[in-house]
Design a protein around this ligand. Sequence first.
Ligand code: GTP
Ligand code: MG
Length: 538
Amino acid sequence: MANSKYEYVKSFEVEDEVMVPNIVVVRIDGRDFGRFSEAHEFDKPYDAKALHLMNACSMTVLEEFPDIAFAYGFSDEFSFMFKKETKFYQRRASKIYSLIVSFFTSVFVTKWKAFFPQLELRIPPSFQSRVICCASMEVLQAYLTWRQNECHIKNLYATCFWELVKCGKHEIEAKLILKGTQKQEKNELLFQQFGINYKKDVQEIFRQGSCALRKQVEDIVKYQEDGTPVRRRKKKVIILHSENITARSFWNDQRSLSKDVGLFGECIENIKPEYIKSFQFESKLMPSTWIVIRIDGCHFHRFCDAHGFDKPNDVQALNLMNSCAVSVVEEFKDIVFAYGVSDEYSFVLKKDSLLYERHASEIVSAIVSLFSSIYMTKWKEFFPKKDLKYPPYFDGRCICYPSSMILQDYLAWRQVDCHINNQYNTCFWMLVKSGKSKTESQNCLKGTQTREKNEMLSKFGIDYHNLPAIFRHGSSVFWDKEETKSECGTEGAVEKYRKKVVVEHCNIIDTSFWKAHPTILEDEDNQCCQALGTSTCS
Ligand code: GTP
Ligand code: MG
């Protein structure tokens, strides 16, 4: 790890450990899924194939992360429950919710073709996520009851609504007919007008949602020479549907759940309103501070090896990262600057941003999920001859910086890190290529300073300063003015500009970059006061 005078910026990072005995629940939810389902012409009210795809993704999440004991989902959402004693990533909330949503998104893109073979992905899917802390089994039971009630209510309503629309009613009319109706009335409407017996005719996957959990099953592991199958009991992730997932008859009977999470008590009839309030609560980031979202590839060492990336730098892999960052900057207009190196990217949101009401988990998860989605969808464009062997994923965190000077120090810290790592890695791989073992190369480099490393490189005929700027400086992404054309007006020739996202590989430690681009970190104090509803700092 690099050491520099900028390291102090790390002290702005906050701890967000979920303390024991809270049970960690991560809920993911489709971002702008109305638009996504319109774009892909999903069946209404719900598309069975899309739900099966969601279920398949949740199964893969359980297979990848053994610390997750159970998942429940419907529509475009899924909640993942961790084992009560989990030490997953030291129980750090942002790490956990971000990497789960990133992995889920990548898997969703990977599996899309299997569920929609005739349909290209027209827009990249993305999800948001958050952690819900359940302080006891009673709270967890209330949470799951709440989610399954939502599933019942939403599905019954949507079934009625779309039946009415299908029989010729206008959407506004259908809404009016259903306004204020109770469950019983909706059931009757379905039966009398459309001959639908809700419980019998509507599939479980729609009415009850889906559970993913591990079960002991007998699997055929091989066949003997005479053809007799050899069976072994092993744990397998399966999907189940149940009318009442928090009934003791369902939950307590699943051995893996009662052992890894705990037992449920009597059925919950009325969920305490303060519980629902706590499930919905989200803290806001401090106003009038620069928000930095830093995402980082998880286990990218392995991912780069598995995909044969050039060492120490693979220019196509970096170009792919940059292209994803450009799309993210274009999508979230509050991002004023992004800086990337290796498998990480930092996105800076303007000081007065009100994106998602400054809810940290919504901002972090939306960015990390969209980035992952685009990484997957653009892979073939950058690596036409390489197949993705498994879906990559990223984690994300959020840090607030109170002044543009400290923010510049943060960015300088990342660029110094880029420089130190790049110089070390370039030397290391030259030594390895020259025939030294990895341990010998490490020993050679131990305690060496910049000058010594540069000398070492020059012995290999490399002038460090002539290496491509993308390797030495990393990549900066920002909106820049692009000259379009000169137009003759009444006051003579007028230059026309439009804004465009650019990728540059420049020195951002030096303040001259910021002086040359004064609008990037413009401190819009007046706007910030407006956002706060005050007028004192005009
Ligand atoms: P975690 O982030 O802790 O999950 O581990 P990680 O394996 O992702 O390591 P870390 O983020 O600390 O470092 C990034 C790693 O990605 C580097 O150590 C490299 O192994 C790998 N990497 C990043 N860019 C490149 C590249 O262009 N070429 C190659 N070969 N490897 C790269
Ligand atoms: Mg990493």
